[in-house]
Design a protein around this ligand. Structure first.
Ligand SMILES: *[C@@H]1O[C@H](CO)[C@@H](O)[C@H](O)[C@H]1NC(C)=O
Length: 334
């Protein structure tokens, strides 16, 4: 009798063990057709109280930082699972096995963590629909940005009230150069139209829109991303703005550490101060991004990007209200 029980529990343990292995396994992306119709799942059936984090990893030298970012996301109760999308095909399998081991060791919280080896280094792969994503919202982000938990949760609450919009922290603009008579990539002090993938929260349907919809036009635009080895974020903004006829939403974060990505040479310095004057690499970067905007515009035959204004913050600070002549007014005003 007890022998039988022991055998049963051994089998049970075996099953639990293999399921756990499955959840944490490093997987090659073997989806034959990520655009199969089953992948566009009904929005209503997906979880709405949590998000799935899709982190892009590429550089082996940044693995320690990647680990710390994954650990930080895994500690939040709103994170259902984390997929580390490894886009560097020349990284040795041994390193990836180590990384996988380390990632699962360093996690705390209930979020499941997996390491997905991308089939190619194409930047488009970061937006492939994934059958394991069980949440309405996904957070697409890079391995160089650390954000505090409160701000992550605040961004999610803003997204929940605006589930059609792209919600994030880092923004840029398109613009029209009157002398050149052409579109450019730029920064405006008071408005924005492009959300960067350093931190981009959105409904997972946009992954499908980007990767599977749009026919030959989208195909050509995804090819431009591959040729330029850049601009997948700009294209996602085109896709969302075209669908929605509205721009992204920028939220304010309390603490963000931006470690900088060589691909985004013109980003702000860590303390948020923009470098005075543009280095030649930065100028080059902006030119490439401008070229992407012009190419996407050419293929689409229109400019769908739209400007948004202002930043959503989670507190109005200490603006006291005083009653004056029967009206509520800010105390520091007459
Ligand atoms: C994994 O962790 C060990 C111990 O902290 C470290 O020496 C190693 O570099 C890490 N490797 C990877 C690929 O993450």
């Amino acid at each position: 009798m007890s022998h039988l029980v022991a055998r049963k529990s051994a089998i049970f343990l075996l099953v639990v063990f293999s399921v756990t292995r499955l959840v944490f396994s490093r997987s090659l992306s073997l989806d034959q057709d990520p655009c199969g119709s089953r992948k566009l799942r009904e929005f209503e059936r997906l979880r709405s109280d949590q998000i799935t984090v899709l982190i892009n990893g590429y550089s082996e030298s940044r693995i320690p930082l990647l680990q710390s970012i994954v650990a930080s996301y895994s500690g939040s109760s709103i994170v259902s699972s984390i997929l580390v999308l490894w886009g560097n095909p020349s990284t040795p399998g041994q390193v990836l096995d180590q990384l996988h081991h380390n990632l699962t060791q360093s996690s705390f919280g209930a979020a499941s963590i997996s390491l997905v080896q991308q089939p190619s280094s194409s930047l488009n792969s970061r937006f492939l629909p994934r059958p394991s994503v069980e949440t309405r919202a996904v957070l697409v982000c890079d391995d160089d940005v650390e954000i505090d938990r409160k701000s992550l949760e605040f961004a999610f609450s803003v997204w929940k009230s605006n589930p059609e919009r792209l919600v994030g922290l880092f923004v840029r603009s398109h613009g029209f150069d009157l002398q050149e008579k052409d579109w450019i990539y730029t920064v405006h002090p008071d408005k924005y139209s492009i959300l960067l993938t350093k931190f981009m929260m959105m409904k997972q349907d946009y992954l499908f829109e980007y990767s599977c919809s749009g026919g030959v036009e989208m195909e050509e635009m995804r090819k431009i991303v591959d040729q330029m080895r850049n601009c997948e974020d700009i294209l996602m903004n085109f896709v969302a703005a075209d669908k929605l006829k509205a721009g992204p939403i920028m939220v304010g974060a309390e603490r963000v550490r931006d470690w900088g990505d060589a691909r985004n040479e013109e980003e702000e310095l860590e303390n948020g101060v923009r470098e005075v004057g543009l280095s030649s690499r930065r100028v080059e970067h902006r030119k490439r991004r401008g070229k992407c905007i012009r190419e996407f515009h050419r293929v689409m035959g229109k400019m769908p990007l739209m400007y948004s204004y202002g930043k959503v913050v989670n507190s109005v600070g200490e603006q006291g209200l005083c009653r004056k002549s029967g009206k509520l007014v800010f105390c520091d005003r007459d």
